[in-house]
Design a protein around this ligand. Structure first.
Ligand SMILES: [Fe+2]
Length: 283
């Protein structure tokens, strides 16, 4: 039996159970230590700023902002502080989790644990935020402790009607060989737990820098979703590293009181952001 500390919890209590909840998911911001640093040619602060301006324009009714990892490019405190200040302009509660370019402990020590809750309750919904980052590795794994957290969260919130699980790495292959090598190593264990959870409605992740919306036979009626990065995009269905020419963006989700989810992706339009399309790798 693993001895677990209490889970950091965010309660959105002003929402009544019959309201539609609007979530906004951003991911893979890859902010450098200094503003203006570039990832394969793109200024990641500038692209994030444009995406946040778009969110501000389109999402006047949103209730929660999810940030699903790789928020800094090199896990620097400066990047997390800049992100905190940029996101404060949206005036929304935040729930961040760590990706392989981050470190959860540094994030918590820099911006405070309130921005990195392990569980969120809003209306009829429970959202569980998981940490799939493994220090020194690109690929993801939850491990026994995280899987234990998940089981603990699901039983502690037995009164929630519907569940969403968020993590950084994809738990199923998305069709890009080079990215799927990095997918969650213990996804079978995760899916075994989730397949016993009839309240589950969606699993959300980042990491793949592209929009994905699929299903898995082990989780019937569950939407499996990724969001585009707020910076560079990777091409779907590519064997090796390949950039996509579509613009940065974000995902929104409407969680309905009957348990169904509407979702779509929105991308920048008409904004010219430099990208080094000749790049052979992701640095
Ligand atoms: Fe990333």
């Amino acid at each position: 039996m693993i001895d677990m500390p209490p889970l950091e919890h965010l309660q959105l209590s002003a929402l009544n159970a019959d309201k539609v909840l609007r979530l906004v998911q951003i991911t893979d911001c890859h902010l450098g230590e200094q503003s203006g640093e570039r990832l394969v040619g793109m200024d990641t602060d500038s692209s994030l700023d444009h995406v946040l301006t778009l969110i501000q324009k389109e999402q006047v009714e949103a209730h929660l902002l999810l940030a699903t990892g790789d928020l800094a490019n090199h896990g620097s405190a400066e990047a997390y502080l800049r992100l905190k200040s940029k996101l404060a302009s949206l005036g929304l509660p935040n729930a961040w989790l760590a990706g392989n370019h981050d470190g959860r402990d540094l994030m918590v020590n820099t911006v405070g644990s309130r921005l990195l809750p392990r569980t969120v309750r809003a209306g009829r919904w429970l959202i569980v935020m998981m940490d799939s980052a493994v220090p020194g590795q690109v690929g993801g794994e939850l491990g026994e402790q995280e899987l234990g957290y998940l089981a603990q969260a699901l039983s502690a919130h037995a009164d929630a009607d519907y569940v969403i699980v968020c993590l950084h790495h994809q738990p199923i292959p998305i069709g890009c060989d080079w990215l799927d090598e990095q997918r969650l190593a213990d996804s079978d264990k995760l899916l075994a737990i989730l397949s016993q959870e009839p309240r589950l409605r969606a699993v959300l992740w980042g990491h793949v820098h592209q929009a994905f919306n699929g299903h898995d036979a082990r989780l019937p009626n569950v939407q499996l979703l990724s969001a585009p990065s707020t910076c560079v995009q990777f091409a779907p269905n590519s064997e090796g590293f390949k950039l996509d020419q579509v613009a940065p963006g974000y995902r929104w989700l409407d969680l309905h009181p009957d348990g169904h989810i509407e979702t779509a992706v929105s991308r920048l339009d008409g904004i010219d952001l430099a990208v080094d399309y000749a790049s052979q790798g992701y640095k």
